[in-house]
Design a protein around this ligand. Sequence first.
Ligand SMILES: *[C@@H]1O[C@H](CO)[C@@H](O)[C@H](O)[C@H]1NC(C)=O
Ligand SMILES: *[C@@H]1O[C@H](CO)[C@@H](O)[C@H](O)[C@H]1NC(C)=O
Ligand SMILES: *[C@@H]1O[C@H](CO)[C@@H](O)[C@H](O)[C@H]1NC(C)=O
Ligand SMILES: *[C@@H]1O[C@H](CO)[C@@H](O)[C@H](O)[C@H]1NC(C)=O
Ligand SMILES: *[C@@H]1O[C@H](CO)[C@@H](O)[C@H](O)[C@H]1NC(C)=O
Ligand SMILES: *[C@@H]1O[C@H](CO)[C@@H](O)[C@H](O)[C@H]1NC(C)=O
Ligand SMILES: *[C@@H]1O[C@H](CO)[C@@H](O)[C@H](O)[C@H]1NC(C)=O
Ligand SMILES: *[C@@H]1O[C@H](CO)[C@@H](O)[C@H](O)[C@H]1NC(C)=O
Ligand SMILES: *[C@@H]1O[C@H](CO)[C@@H](O)[C@H](O)[C@H]1NC(C)=O
Length: 894
Amino acid sequence: MLKSSVFAILLVFALFVHGQDQSGFISLDCGLPRNESYKETSGTDINYISDAPFIKTGISNSIAPEYKAYFQDQLFHLRSFPDGIRNCYRVNVTRGTRYLIRASFLHGNYDGQNTVPQFDLHLGANFWATVKDYKVNLSNSKEIIHVPLQDYVRVCLVNTGSGTPFISALEFRPLRNDTYVITSGSLALTFRFDMGSNNDVVYRYPTDVFDRMWEPYTENEWTQLNTSRVVNPSKNYQPPSVVMMTAAMPKNGSSRVDMHWNALDPRTGIVGDEFYVYMHFAELQELETNEFRAFDIAFNGDVWYEGFVPDSSQEITISKTSPSISTDGKYNFSLIQLENSTLPPIINAFEVFSRMDTSQSETDQDDVEAITNIRSNYGMKRNWDGDPCVPVSFMWEGLNCSNDGFDLPRIISLNLSSSGLTGEITPYISKLTMIQSLDLSNNSLTGSVPDFLSKLPNLRILNLEKNNLTGSVPVELIERSKSGSLSLSVGQNVYLCASDSCNKKKKSNPLIPISASIGALVVLLIAVAILVAVLIRRKQAVMLVSAFVNAKSYNQNDPFESRKRQFTYAEVTKITNNFEKVLGKGGSALVYYGLIDDSTPVAVKMLSLPSVQGNRNSQLENDTKQEHNYQQFLAEVKLLMTVYHGNLTSLVGYCNEGTNMGLIYEYMANGDLESHLSGKKANVLSWEARLRIAIDAAQGLEYLHDGCKPPIIHRDVKTANILLTENFRAKLADFGLSRFFANDGSTHISTIHIAGTPGYLDPDITNNSWLNEKSDVFSYGVVLLQIITSRPAICRTDDENPHISQWVRFTLVNGDITSIVDPRLEGNFEINSVSNAVKIAMACVSLTSNLRPGMSQVVTELKNCLAEELSAGSNYSSAIHESTSRIEFISLES
Ligand SMILES: *[C@@H]1O[C@H](CO)[C@@H](O)[C@H](O)[C@H]1NC(C)=O
Ligand SMILES: *[C@@H]1O[C@H](CO)[C@@H](O)[C@H](O)[C@H]1NC(C)=O
Ligand SMILES: *[C@@H]1O[C@H](CO)[C@@H](O)[C@H](O)[C@H]1NC(C)=O
Ligand SMILES: *[C@@H]1O[C@H](CO)[C@@H](O)[C@H](O)[C@H]1NC(C)=O
Ligand SMILES: *[C@@H]1O[C@H](CO)[C@@H](O)[C@H](O)[C@H]1NC(C)=O
Ligand SMILES: *[C@@H]1O[C@H](CO)[C@@H](O)[C@H](O)[C@H]1NC(C)=O
Ligand SMILES: *[C@@H]1O[C@H](CO)[C@@H](O)[C@H](O)[C@H]1NC(C)=O
Ligand SMILES: *[C@@H]1O[C@H](CO)[C@@H](O)[C@H](O)[C@H]1NC(C)=O
Ligand SMILES: *[C@@H]1O[C@H](CO)[C@@H](O)[C@H](O)[C@H]1NC(C)=O
């Protein structure tokens, strides 16, 4: 029976120094006095620093001196947490890096009680481990391999009523991104053994460049095989040579090595129901010509890996990206000698992890920053620690959060009533962009009611009663209150005027941010002037748009700069060499190739605004409608002027002369995605190229949704609107204008406000979801399915399952993932990468809009798909991954 991973660090040898530096290491000696640091003296030379900057709570302590001789320096101090239920470290990390995170505990009778507490450890919002079953004089550690999705990681100690939590050291070690890759979740270490070693040495850094700790392990039925020859470590996993130079081998003619443990046995402390094993092998014997070593690896009696032959020149790691699962909690891995093998099996090193669910994400970073700033602004003494929203049982008092499991949790309600707040209403509140309910009543707040409160798009309840606010309530708040969209309470503020009339007298509100630059205003004014002129002339076809694009190259102080963005018809004729080359056609608009200054290629779209048809009698009504549209259009133009992102096509100018109207865009050399997927082009996009395109487009959309305030809804996301540069990077086109322009013949416009293309249209109209981001997410999901399958959104020859999402769902029930992938890829893709992309796409096309993920989550997940694809393609020689061709659907479509 394998023992659990409780060990004493008795001796650590640093025999084989590789000269690897400690770059990326974060080594905190918990409880070390602030500003102190040192280099470990026992041979590792690791530089430890005080944990004080990373945590606000807890008390520094030291272990009893008699224990010091047995342990490394980083365990001499510890930080204990007599106060508070949950105390958290917040450590800055590099997001997306795979980290080994290790928390170490040595009680060392620091408190004279000679007894150890039991407590829980959380990684962010997720349970990590219970620290229990250890001794006062033994060190204990918990280790996890985890890829943070945010710029920081929280490690929290939770008092569960069985003693005061404490921690001795907290270490972060970056690992290679092509090792320890699993389909989902993180890896909590069960044990890591240096097999067949019969000394007491635990090897770690610098012997192990990643500072993994290898414990010696052997059993009575085994004998040791060893060599003095240095074993070359593999390029990716790199288990230390000294660990690889010993192996366990069965004694006395036996033909098998059994390694088994029981996950349901509380005495071993081994928990988990899905295990991942990593076996490291190297041949240590000098084989004679008639000698041969080969064995099968079996898991609970079934062949897990067939016919393995250790290599004498290099270490080989055997692992799978999917877990080994046992229903009765018994895990039994056996190495079984093959019949034609003359030598018994061996194993040099063995790692076992259990899968830890880390799916609960922490709160949106902007919200966390905002609420933290609000707390410090008001000097609040509340016991607010850790993440504000999650885990739900530790949600900060006074907050309420959204937490649908897909998007990051967001703060939607803040109640600071009767909290003794003084000073003004802090602008940090404006950063809580999802807030629906804000209660600041019964405090001593002074100053005016800031205008930003009326800019919070989701605010439904605002209570400012019983303060000492002055001035007047912003008109917009009063209007929203009158229209019933806001419940506004401002009573018992003696000096506050809450009627429209006071606003008229006090016109200038000093709090309105002067954000629009003069240059931008001029552009806008020109746009308005053109609009009005066109309107008056009652032209049927109208075009006008101006948006400057690259904020950096734009001189905001020069009002004439904007004129350069306006081109005359003569100039457009010259640019396009008399409309020589047609790039494409969309509806009534033709797109031409052009060159500005004979050097910068552009695409010139000559187009018309949909006219309102009707007889003379309804002409007046039409004018009113048109004017309404122009107002909305103006608002849109205003927005687009603030938009710039590398994954959005730039609008470089416009032309407006009578009926000659055009938009000038940057030129995209490789045309649109649709033509590449439909097979009109000769080249077949590889899976990696497709993933990059998918990520680019998703990032463009993410920017429109999350980076623009208010969010911009594209409303016509489709493959034809994803354009490709000469390097096949993708940019979204026609954003923000699709509600005003029909882009091509297939565009369906049921009212002037709903634009879209059949097949991409959000079916969930119950929620008016075509008004929000989630309808773009649906369309994006369709695009992603097309990227995977190269099928049209709607296949008119398929009566049963015309829509691509129906077809994918139908086909997956009857076949595996490869049956939906574009056959032109000829199997050249990492199956896990594709199946995860399918999962994301299917979540996006959920029929119910609130089950769809947000674009930022889509971006994150797609990047993981790309990582999987890249790491699989890099080097199969020393790591053999299993490919699962089975796909489990998360039950989104219930
Ligand atoms: C730590 O160092 C900073 C700056 O070097 C200094 O301001 C601070 O007083 C020091 N704190 C302690 C506890 O020595
Ligand atoms: C972590 O990063 C944040 C934001 O970049 C910064 O404000 C903070 O000081 C950093 N914390 C530490 C301990 O370096
Ligand atoms: C730890 O304490 C136990 C008794 O509780 C003792 O038997 C053992 O020798 C001690 N080990 C060390 C390393 O001090
Ligand atoms: C290597 O193996 C031999 C034979 O089993 C044994 O006598 C020797 O002690 C081993 N060397 C080490 C360093 O363990
Ligand atoms: C070798 O195995 C045989 C039978 O399995 C047993 O009788 C014998 O005692 C074993 N010898 C040693 C040295 O373990
Ligand atoms: C482990 O599995 C092998 C078959 O692969 C079986 O012979 C052996 O008895 C099992 N050991 C335990 C302890 O279950
Ligand atoms: C040993 O047997 C296995 C099948 O059991 C076979 O695949 C392998 O090629 C054989 N190896 C040698 C060297 O004969
Ligand atoms: C309220 O504000 C007024 C004017 O700013 C001030 O005179 C008064 O003392 C304040 N009252 C309280 C209770 O803060
Ligand atoms: C993995 O890391 C290597 C180098 O450290 C880097 O070049 C590569 O882009 C990374 N792959 C991913 C998918 O992040």
